[in-house]
Design a protein around this ligand. Structure first.
Ligand code: GH3
Ligand code: MG
Ligand code: MG
Length: 287
């Protein structure tokens, strides 16, 4: 497995354990960073990207279980390994219930720790492959459909707003024909990054097909979703892309209605997109 660029955050108030873990992981090819408690760990995670977290349980300010709970809420894909030293006070299943991927009891053998850590990382990689699009590294259609089902249930049960924005690049075939498939691929990646920068943390953004993307917007009505789509349309039109300079995109927007299912909600966004294409592209339509 490729480890280059993998950075692990080690959270422990005891310098001895912290340094031991850092040495162990570094000698196995991982980059490491350290924090002395949960609060400092969360602050670091706000400004740095990590591939995994290893945390002790008993620490001042914020303990490892609370930290794990907070991480799984804020970063659902982050693998967390909890090092449990006081099995009596903190039963191991507490760590798993809080969202940890694995736990290991102190004291442990170095070899066991490394094997368990590597297993956790490869499980995480398999999970990532199942839900992410390999080109753009945003969610794939399968995961989007799972999320939309869940959000529809929530919108129905609690009578909440939910909208879908579908985006399709205009005349993308020309980009491939004129500049080549590789240039086309890099436009898809650049566009994904651009959109990701402008969505909310609670929005779900996915590559739905070739040059078609979907944004699921919980707690958003159709007027706000269409307003957001219009803003995005304008940003895309004004952005310079590598190699090809300009692209435009068309948008279709729909909002959850009582008795909608995944297919009917997406179909309205798709139909609206079709109208946007027919009316000349580079525009937003809603249905
Ligand atoms: P329209 O404005 O009607 O959407 O026109 P279009 O050319 O964008 O649409 P069309 O569906 O005719 O063509 C889509 C193109 O997207 C053709 C296909 O080769 C390209 N495409 C799909 N997936 C990828 C990909 O992963 N990489 C690249 N480079 N091109 C892709
Ligand atoms: Mg297109
Ligand atoms: Mg298309």
């Amino acid at each position: 497995m490729k480890k280059r660029g993998y950075k692990v955050l080690i959270v422990d108030d005891e310098p001895v354990t912290r340094d031991m873990l850092a040495t162990l992981l570094s000698s196995n090819g991982y980059k490491c960073d350290v924090a002395f408690d949960g609060k400092q760990a969360l602050a670091k995670m706000d400004s740095e990207e990590y591939s995994a977290v290893i945390t002790d349980v008993v620490m001042p300010d914020m303990d490892g279980i609370s930290l794990t709970r907070e991480i799984s809420r804020k970063y659902p894909l982050m693998p967390v390994m909890v090092i449990t030293g006081y099995a009596g006070k903190h039963p191991p299943d507490e760590a798993i219930k809080a969202g940890a991927s694995d736990f290991i009891n102190k004291p442990f053998a170095a070899e066991e720790f490394v094997v368990r850590f590597q297993k956790m990382m490869s499980d995480q990689e398999i999970m990532r492959l199942a839900i992410k699009d390999p080109l753009t590294n945003i969610y794939n259609r399968r995961h989007f459909n799972e999320e939309i089902r869940r959000e529809i249930d929530r919108a129905a049960r609690y009578e909440r707003k939910l909208s879908v924005v579908m985006l399709d690049i205009d005349h993308f075939k020309n980009v491939n024909d004129i500049f080549g498939h590789q240039a086309g691929d890099s436009v898809l990646c650049e566009l994904a990054m651009l959109v990701e920068k402008h969505i909310r943390k609670t929005d779900i953004f996915a590559r739905y097909g070739g040059e078609e993307f979907c944004i699921l917007m919980p707690e958003t009505d159709i007027a706000d979703a269409a307003g957001f789509a219009e803003k995005l349309r304008d940003i895309i039109e004004r952005s310079a892309f590598k190699n090809i300079e300009k692209i435009t995109a068309s948008f279709g927007v729909s909002e959850y209605r009582k008795d909608d299912d995944l297919f009917s909600l997406i179909k309205r966004a798709d139909d609206a997109l079709y109208i946007a294409k027919n009316k000349g592209r580079n525009r937003v339509e809603r249905l």
